[in-house]
Design a binder for this molecule. Structure first.
Ligand code: GTP
Length: 599
C-alpha cells in the first residue's frame, strides 16, 4: 500500500443536512457497490437508526477512487454519530482522519452542530472541506451559505462544491476536492504499533469486531496485541479492510490505513472506543492521547410491566451491553415496581434508544422511572457520595453540601427568537454568559445550565418556541453547590419509592403538585378516600385526594342482566392482574406509566 494514495476523512454536518445521503453517493460513485445492490444508507446499518434517521455507531468504509489525475486512491470514509450524546465517539472518529467534509444545507445554512462539529474537527487539526448540499431545493441559496461559512467559520468557501446529494449532482467534485486537498496520512510502518480504536461491534459468531486506524507501525494477522487502557491481550485472528458490502481480509495494515480485526473477544468493554492497540512484542511506550472511559450522565430505573419477566430484562440488557460499552446497569428493587435495574446512559437520546430496543427486539413492556443526573453530596462526616437514585439520597440532617452538574450550553438562533429563548433558559435556572452575533442573521447564546434542566424537555421546548430554527449543543462542565431536596410521594400515608425524585428546591414545589394531580387523575377510586401527598423530609408540600368509590361495580346493574354482570366482574378481574399493591392502595400499572411520563 502506498501511503501517499490514502485519504482518511469524515463527513460532518448538522443533523439532517445530508451526511448519510452524501455517503451513499460517494460509495456509489466509487463503484464499490452496484447502485441497485446498495441498500439505502449503508452506513447506518441498524433498523432503528434508519427509522429515526440518526446515526448511532460510527462505521468506516474503504472506497477505491479513480481520480482525474489517472491514479487510484484509497479513500477511507469514517462515519460519525450525529447527536450530542455521542460526542466522544465523534471525537475518536475524527482523530482517525486527516480531513473532514463539512456538509451545509444550502437552504438552512449554518446551525449549532455545524459549528460544534467544525470546532471538534479543528481541534483535531483536520483539513475541513465545505460542501454546499441540497442545491435542488427551491429555498437553496448557495451564495448566502458560502458567505456564512466564510464569515462565521472563516473557511475559504467560494470554490466549495455545490451539490445535490439526493439527485447525485456534482458528486465527483467532492471526491476530487478530497483527493486534492486532504493530506495523506503520515506514520512509520516500521515503528511499534499504535492503532486507535474508533468503534467496535459485537458479532455473535466472530466476537467483537474492532474498528481501528493504524497511526504508527503495522498490524498483522496472527500477531499478539494488547489494549493499552484495558490491558486485555489477544491474538489477531483476522484483519482486513471494510468494504461497503462486507469485509475483505488481508495480511497486514500499515500506518495510515483503516480496517478491522477480530480475536474472539467476548465484550466491547475490553476494546473501548479511544483505546490504543499495540503489539505484545515491541509495544509502544505511550498510548495515543485522548482516551476516556465511557461515562453515563443520566440514570433511570427500568422494570418490566410483568414482574415475572425480570430475567428476560436482565438478558436483554446483557445482550445490548455486549455491543454498547457506554450502557451500564445494576440490579435494584422497588417496593412499588418489584425487581428491576438502575441503568446509566450517555444522555436522553441514548436512554430512549435503549428502551426502544428492549421493547422492540426483546418484546418486553417496560416501566421506567424518572431520569436523574448524578448529584454530588458531601456529608457532615466529610465523605462524598455520588447519588443517581433518589432512594440513596442521604438524610438532609447529614448533608453538609449538595452539588449538581452544570453544562455549558450553546444555542444558535436567528435574532428574532432571542426574546423567546432567554425566558425559557431563565426558567431552567440557566446563568447567561454571553451573546454574540455570528452575522446579521444568527446569534449564538452561551449559558451555564444545570444538566438536570436540559435532560427533560429543553430541546423540544426550544424547537417549539423558535419554530425549529434554533439549535442546541451542550457539554458537561462542572459541579456547583445547589439547594437540592428529595421529594417523597405518599399514598394513603405510605411512601412510593418509585415516584420520589431529587430536585432544586424552587422546582420541587411545581413538580410535586403536578405529580399529585397526575396521580389523582390516574388512580382509580378505592373503597376509602386516598390522600395523595408530596413531602420534603416530614413536611407535606402538596396534596390531592382520590375520593372514595360510592357504589360497588355491580350496583349499576340493578341485579338485572346477568351477562352484563359477568362482563363487569371479568373486567374487574382483568384489571386486578395489572394492579400493583402499595400498602393499602392498588395502582394499575398504566397509572404508574402515565405518572412517570415526562411532560
Ligand atoms: P443524520 O444521520 O440524522 O445526521 O442526518 P444526515 O445529515 O445524515 O442527513 P440525511 O442524509 O439522512 O438527509 C436528511 C434528509 O435530507 C433526508 O430526507 C434526505 O433525503 C434529504 N436530503 C439529503 N440530501 C439532499 C439533497 O441534496 N436535496 C434534497 N432536497 N434533500 C436532501
Amino acid at each position: 500500500t502506498d501511503q501517499s494514495k490514502i485519504r482518511n476523512f469524515s463527513i460532518i454536518a448538522h443533523i439532517d443536512h445530508g451526511k448519510s445521503t452524501l455517503s451513499d453517493r460517494l460509495i456509489e460513485k466509487c463503484d464499490a457497490v452496484e447502485a441497485r445492490e446498495m441498500e439505502s444508507q449503508l452506513l447506518d446499518n441498524m433498523d432503528l437508526e434508519r427509522e429515526r434517521g440518526i446515526t448511532i455507531k460510527a462505521r468506516a468504509v474503504k472506497l477505491n477512487y479513480a481520480a482525474a489525475d489517472g491514479q487510484i486512491y484509497e479513500l477511507n470514509l469514517i462515519d460519525t454519530p450525529g447527536h450530542v450524546d455521542f460526542n466522544y465517539e465523534v471525537s475518536r472518529s475524527l482523530a482517525a482522519c486527516e480531513g473532514a467534509v463539512l456538509v451545509v444545507d444550502a437552504a438552512q445554512g449554518i446551525e449549532a452542530q455545524t459549528l460544534a462539529n467544525t470546532y471538534l474537527a479543528l481541534e483535531h487539526d483536520l483539513e475541513i472541506r465545505p460542501v454546499i448540499n441540497k442545491i435542488d431545493l427551491p429555498a437553496a441559496d448557495p451564495q448566502r451559505v458560502k458567505k456564512e461559512v466564510e464569515d462565521i467559520i472563516g473557511l475559504e468557501a467560494q470554490d466549495a462544491p455545490e451539490i445535490s446529494a439526493k439527485l447525485g449532482v456534482n458528486i465527483d467534485a467532492v471526491l476530487e476536492d478530497i483527493v486534492t486537498h486532504v493530506p495523506p496520512p503520515k506514520g512509520d510502518p516500521a515503528a511499534p504499533l499504535k492503532a486507535l480504536v474508533f468503534d467496535s461491534q459485537y458479532d455473535a459468531y466472530r466476537g467483537v469486531i474492532v474498528y481501528f486506524r493504524v497511526m504508527e507501525g503495522t498490524l498483522r494477522m496472527g500477531m499478539g496485541v494488547k489494549m493499552m487502557a484495558s490491558g486485555a491481550k489477544y491474538e489477531v485472528l483476522e484483519c482486513g479492510h471494510l468494504l461497503p458490502l462486507g469485509m475483505e481480509p488481508c495480511k497486514e495494515l500499515i500506518a495510515g490505513e483503516v480496517g478491522y480485526f477480530t480475536a474472539s473477544i467476548k465484550n466491547v468493554k475490553d476494546t473501548q472506543v479511544g483505546d490504543t492497540v499495540t503489539g505484545t512484542e515491541n509495544p509502544a511506550a505511550q498510548p495515543l492521547p485522548g482516551y476516556r472511559p465511557a461515562k453515563a450522565m443520566v440514570y433511570c430505573g427500568i422494570y418490566t410491566e410483568d414482574g415475572s419477566e425480570y430475567p428476560d430484562l436482565r438478558d436483554a440488557l446483557e445482550k445490548l451491553q455486549l455491543n454498547d460499552a457506554s450502557l451500564s446497569f445494576e440490579p435494584e428493587s422497588s417496593a412499588a415496581l418489584g425487581f428491576g435495574f438502575r441503568c446509566g446512559f450517555l444522555g436522553m437520546l441514548h436512554m430512549e434508544i435503549i428502551q426502544e430496543r428492549i421493547e422492540r427486539e426483546f418484546d418486553l413492556d417496560l416501566i421506567t422511572t424518572l431520569p436523574s443526573v448524578i448529584y454530588e453530596i458531601t456529608k457532615t462526616d466529610g465523605t462524598v457520595v455520588l447519588v443517581d437514585n433518589p432512594h440513596n439520597y442521604p438524610d438532609p440532617a447529614l448533608i453538609l453540601e449538595a452539588k449538581e452538574p452544570y453544562a455549558k450550553v450553546s444555542i444558535i438562533s436567528p435574532p428574532d427568537y432571542v426574546g423567546n429563548i432567554m425566558p425559557m433558559c431563565q426558567e431552567r435556572r440557566a446563568e447567561f454568559k454571553d451573546m454574540q452575533y455570528l452575522d446579521t442573521n444568527l446569534v449564538e447564546l452561551h449559558y451555564s445550565m444545570p444538566l438536570n434542566e436540559i435532560i427533560y424537555d429543553f430541546f423540544d421546548t426550544l424547537k417549539a418556541r423558535t419554530k425549529g430554527y434554533a439549535s442546541l449543543d451542550y457539554e458537561l462542565d462542572k459541579y456547583l453547590p445547589s439547594d437540592l431536596v428529595k421529594v417523597d410521594m405518599l399514598l394513603n400515608g405510605d411512601g412510593v419509592d418509585a415516584l420520589s425524585f431529587i430536585a432544586h428546591r424552587d422546582k420541587a414545589y411545581p413538580r410535586a403538585r403536578r405529580l399529585c394531580e397526575k396521580l389523582k387523575d390516574n388512580i382509580p377510586r378505592q373503597l376509602f378516600e386516598v390522600p395523595v401527598q408530596a413531602a420534603i423530609g416530614g413536611k407535606i408540600i402538596a396534596r390531592e385526594t382520590v375520593k372514595a368509590m360510592r357504589k360497588d361495580v355491580l350496583a349499576k346493574c340493578y341485579g338485572g342482566d346477568i351477562t352484563r354482570k359477568k362482563k363487569l366482574l371479568e373486567k374487574q378481574k382483568e384489571g386486578k392482574k395489572k394492579m400493583r399493591s402499595l400498602g393499602s392502595v392498588q395502582i394499575p400499572t398504566e397509572a404508574f406509566m402515565a405518572v412517570l411520563k415526562l411532560d
